[in-house]
Design a protein around this ligand. Structure first.
Ligand code: SF4
Length: 151
């Protein structure tokens, strides 16, 4: 969001497609119970959402395009844009285009968080009735193999 004025769009923003203006992220509690993970499944059933973990902190990324984003990737409120936009990807700050975001985990689909929950909490098949992985025989075979190997 560094240089997206009405008359100027930086090469980086042009190449990236102003991705940073198409979602926002909120910190969320670290899941501890099966119910917590079930709530995360719900978040991931919403279009455009994903969850990421960075430095141990969990975030819900909500896919919602900013109302000020113009079709060509510029900002219609450039002079009025919030501070968070001014700092993003500017003067050494990390951004989607320049990288430096290193996620430990990233979940896009409910199945992904289910797999993680089962592994993290040691959930059994009968405990996750109603989840996608409950029906996934290959998955349970893999879990059995891992547990036989003590992993
Ligand atoms: S206010 Fe402008 S720079 Fe900030 S997210 Fe919206 S379009 Fe992007």
């Amino acid at each position: 969001m560094g240089e997206k004025g009405k008359d100027h769009l930086s090469d980086a923003c042009r190449k990236c497609g102003s991705f940073c203006c198409t979602y926002y992220a909120l910190p969320i509690e670290i899941p501890e119970t099966k119910e917590d993970y079930d709530d995360l499944r719900w978040f991931l059933m919403h279009e455009g959402n994903y969850i990421c973990v960075e430095d141990g902190a969990w975030y819900l990324n909500i896919g919602a395009k900013c109302k000020n984003l113009l079709p060509e990737g510029k900002c219609a409120a450039y002079d009025k844009r919030p501070e968070i936009c001014r700092k993003h990807g500017h003067k050494g700050e990390a951004c989607e285009f320049f990288g430096e975001y290193e996620y430990e985990e990233r979940f896009h689909a409910p199945e992904e968080i289910e797999w993680y929950a089962v592994r993290e909490m040691g959930l059994k098949k009968e405990e996750v009735k109603g989840w996608y992985v409950h029906e996934d025989e290959e998955f349970w075979k893999m879990i059995a193999e891992l547990s036989a190997r003590g992993k």
